[in-house]
Design a protein around this ligand. Structure first.
Ligand SMILES: N[C@@H](CCC(=O)N[C@@H](CS)C(=O)NCC(=O)O)C(=O)O
Length: 222
C-alpha cells in the first residue's frame, strides 16, 4: 500500500496528519505539497472543495479521503507502529473529547481571525467574538487536561496529534491581537504544553510549523 498525504507544513489540520505519520513511522506514506498549488485544477481532482489535507489512497484504489480527523483515524488503523488510540474505552473517549474541543473550540475561532490580522482593516466585533470563543475553548482544555504529559491515556494519541498543532498556531497568532497568553492563567494547559514539547514527535511538528511560519513572515517582509 502506498499512500500520499497532500500536505501544507503550516496548516494545523495537515500537521495533525503528519504527526500521525511520524508517530507510526511505517514508511508507507509519502508527504507532498498539492501538485500545482492548493487552488489549481490539479488539486481539485484530489479535493473538489479545495482544503488541505487530502489522503490519496493510491492508484489501485483511485480514491481519496478528506477531513483531517478522519484521515488520522484511518492512518492509525491501517499503518503499522504503535496504536494512537488507547485501548481503554474511557481513555479513548477522552482522546476524542480533547480532539473535539481542539477542533471546535480552539481552531474554529482561529479561522475567522486569519482574515483580521491587519489592524488597519480589522473588525473589532469579529475579533472580540472569536477571541472570547477561543478563550472559552482554552478554559475547556484547562478542565480536561489533567493527565500530563499526554492529553489522554499513557502515551501519545490522536488527541496530542490534534492539539499540538492547534496550540502552535493559536499561541503564535494570539499576540498579533494583543491577547494575553492563555497559558499564563491555565496551569494544566501550560503543564501539558511544556511536557509535550519534550516529546520528539511533537517537537518535530512544532519545529516544522514554526519554521514555515517564520519563512512566510520573512518573505512578506522581504
Ligand atoms: N475540516 C477540515 C479543515 C481543513 C482546512 O480548513 N484547511 C485549510 C488549511 S489550514 C485550507 O485548506 N484552507 C484553504 C481555503 O480555505 O481556501 C479538516 O479538518 O481537514
Amino acid at each position: 500500500m502506498t499512500l500520499r498525504l497532500l500536505d501544507a507544513t503550516s496548516s494545523p489540520y495537515s500537521s495533525r496528519c503528519r504527526m500521525v505519520v511520524y508517530a507510526k513511522d511505517d514508511g508507507q506514506v509519502t508527504i507532498i505539497e498539492p501538485p500545482g498549488g492548493l487552488y489549481s485544477d490539479e488539486y481539485k481532482a484530489f479535493h473538489p472543495f479545495v482544503k488541505i489535507p487530502t489522503l490519496d489512497l493510491g492508484v489501485d484504489s483511485g480514491d481519496m479521503l478528506q477531513e483531517s480527523d478522519v484521515i488520522c483515524e484511518y492512518l492509525d488503523d491501517v499503518l503499522t507502529g504503535s496504536a494512537l488510540k488507547p485501548d481503554d474505552p474511557l481513555a479513548r473517549a477522552r482522546m476524542r473529547l480533547i480532539a473535539r474541543v481542539s477542533d471546535l473550540d480552539v481552531m474554529a475561532p482561529m479561522m475567522p481571525l486569519f482574515k483580521q490580522l491587519d489592524p488597519t482593516t480589522r473588525d473589532a466585533d469579529v475579533v472580540n467574538r472569536e477571541l472570547e470563543a477561543m478563550i472559552h475553548g482554552y478554559d475547556k482544555l484547562e478542565f480536561h487536561l489533567t493527565g500530563a504529559p499526554y492529553a489522554a491515556g499513557e502515551s501519545l494519541s490522536l488527541a496530542d496529534c490534534t492539539l499540538v498543532p492547534s496550540l502552535v498556531l493559536t499561541l503564535d497568532f494570539l499576540p498579533r491581537f494583543d491577547a494575553d497568553s492563555p497559558l499564563e492563567t491555565r496551569p494544566n494547559v501550560r503543564g501539558y504544553w511544556e511536557g509535550i514539547c519534550k516529546d520528539p514527535i511533537a517537537a518535530r511538528v512544532i519545529k516544522e510549523m514554526r519554521d514555515k511560519l517564520a519563512e512566510y513572515r520573512a518573505k512578506k517582509n522581504a
